[in-house]
Ligand binder design. Structure first.
Ligand code: F6P
Length: 533
């Protein structure tokens, strides 16, 4: 693969940025081109995107597509879809797309559909609460074994079974599991121990606490009340779990909600809805595999990310879903994007002289408007914002829905349009101090504008639409990672902290080594003393 910063297109993009990119003004661009909205509109399965309020033009887009071609994006995409071991540092294929391929169509189809059928059958059995006796489902997992289901279950609340509650415990901090257990009855609770490796410290510790609690509360039949979603069936059996739903090393943790890790989702929304979610993701997979790069939504978003990160040098992107059900989407995207593309060496291990993953962060609208949007509008950094709006709500309060949509559109408008000091001078400002002169007040009340945003529209937040949306994000992360020439599918960066925590644990646990500071840096030693004395 050609390193992006050594391509002809990269050099051309640098020249284009200096000549037309840095100073591009969105207000002027719209005034010049009445067809700009249409030129930058893209319809993918279930997701419409307005990319016109971004600081790029048609030439930028053309050069970015050339960059993608020069970097071998299509070949790398095809290699992923064909099951080649593109996760080179772990020698693994990357085949989350196989998890949503229709029966008989993708790689490992018999294995995939065998587990899927078994998992969905089990989920339906639990949903029959009269027969199963289960009222509460507790998923114990972390990272990719938590964030996907924790995001999807509330997002699809309108499709969820009533009378069956889903809880999520991830943090090794006991303040997470304690309030969850407080409200539960062991006789009516199912624990899902979700861990690809079945070795993750947090999950194993919480699973042990749950088992202890279950027995202490008079629970009987661990085999019926604890099930596992894992690739490590042996370790699950050693824990005492006999019902396990397996998956494979070619499913990355942050790409695993389509596998057995999706069990809480399947229990919440049922087999048909789970299959609809897979179907939506598969439709997006086809789009990613087949649409020309110019009309390929994940590709366009990934290339825009490269443009912003490496040319405009924006360091973060804010996600603002105007749908409360998507409240956990920013957290989910943080792992998807930052664990995938937060890398500083290329596939050959050579240091990269360019920025990679942006910081991804956000909150649902309109809550964010009353918190950090001030900074987006008037702060000194430019932060591209991604708005997500849904045309039809699944609640009956149409007045509330109109307000949510009006706010969503207004924010992207305000970011782009801004307000000049002259315009502010012409307005009344009844709440401003009378002690200040009008010009000073107007300067405080003006907005620079020209702040970029993307708006994604869904018709309705159905299982199919959500499946397509998530798959779109997966392929977008793939695109920018492929252009940067990095391995988006390993996560060595989490290992150092794990090793150091193992070293520190005996120094904090009650025992002979408690408080020992030998070999520690002065700061860590000082903190340890304060925590143990
Ligand atoms: O944080 C590192 C990580 O390996 C993630 O990639 C993964 O999603 C998470 O830990 C949980 O891992 P497991 O499913 O093996 O418990």
């Amino acid at each position: 693969m050609m390193r992006c910063d050594r391509t002809v297109a990269w050099t051309a993009l640098q020249g284009h940025f200096e000549a037309h990119g840095r100073e591009l003004d969105l207000r002027e661009a719209f005034a010049r081109d009445p067809a700009r909205f249409d030129a930058f509109a893209l319809q993918a399965p279930e997701v419409f995107a307005d990319l016109s309020k971004n600081r790029w033009d048609l030439a930028t887009r053309r050069l970015l597509v050339e960059l993608a071609r020069e970097c071998g994006l299509e070949a790398r995409r095809d290699a992923m879809l064909a099951g080649e071991p593109i996760n080179t540092t772990e020698g693994r294929a990357v085949l989350h797309t196989a998890l949503r391929a229709p029966r008989g169509q993708g790689p490992f189809s018999d294995d995939v559909h065998g587990v899927l059928d078994a998992m969905l059958g089990f989920a339906e059995g639990i949903r029959d609460t009269a027969a199963s006796g289960i009222r509460d489902v507790v998923n114990i997992g972390i990272g990719g074994s938590d964030l996907g289901p924790q995001m999807v279950v509330p997002a699809l609340d309108a499709f969820a079974q009533r009378g069956l509650r889903c809880h999520f415990v991830s943090n090794v901090d006991g303040h997470d599991i304690t309030p969850v257990l407080r409200g539960l009855d062991p006789a009516t609770t199912l624990f899902i121990i979700a861990s690809k490796t079945f070795t993750t410290q947090e999950t194993m510790a919480n699973a042990a606490v749950a088992r202890e609690w279950f027995l202490a509360q008079g629970g009987t039949d661990i085999g019926r009340h604890f099930v596992g979603a894992t690739t490590n069936l042996k370790a699950a059996a050693a824990f005492g779990i006999h019902t396990t739903f397996g998956f494979w090393d070619w499913v990355g943790g942050r790409y695993s909600l389509w596998s057995a890790i999706g069990l809480p989702i399947a229990i919440a929304i049922g087999a048909d809805n789970f299959r609809a979610m897979l179907d939506g993701a598969h439709a997006m997979d086809r789009h990613f595999a087949e649409a020309p790069l110019e009309a390929n939504l994940p590709v366009q978003l990934g290339l825009l990310d490269v443009w912003y990160r490496n040319f405009h040098r924006f360091t973060s992107r804010s996600v603002a879903p105007y749908h409360q059900g998507l409240k956990r989407l920013p957290a989910y995207l943080q792992q998807l994007e930052m664990e995938s593309n937060g890398k500083c060496v290329d596939l050959d291990g050579e240091p990269l002289a360019l920025g990679t993953s942006p910081v991804v962060w956000g909150e649902p609208g309109t809550n964010g408007q009353h918190a950090y949007f001030q900074m987006l509008h008037q702060g000194t950094d430019v932060i591209p914002v991604e708005f997500i709006a849904v045309k039809h709500p699944t609640h009956p309060y149409l007045g509330l829905h109109a307000k949510a949509l009006a706010n969503c559109l207004a924010q992207s408008q305000a970011l782009m349009l801004g307000k000049t000091t002259e315009a502010a001078l012409g307005e009344k400002a009844p709440t401003a101090s009378q002690q200040l002169d009008a010009l000073t007040v107007a300067r405080h009340r003006s907005f620079p504008g020209n702040r970029p945003s993307t708006t994604l529209l869904l018709d309705k937040l159905t299982p199919r639409a959500l499946g397509a949306l998530i798959a779109m994000y997966e392929h977008r992360v793939f695109t920018s990672g492929a252009v940067w020439g990095i391995n988006s599918f390993d996560q060595w960066g989490v290992e150092l902290g794990k090793a150091l925590a193992s070293d520190l644990l005996p120094r904090l646990d009650p025992g002979p080594q408690r408080g020992a500071t030998a070999g520690l840096d002065a700061s860590t030693a000082g903190l340890l003393r304060r925590l143990t004395e």
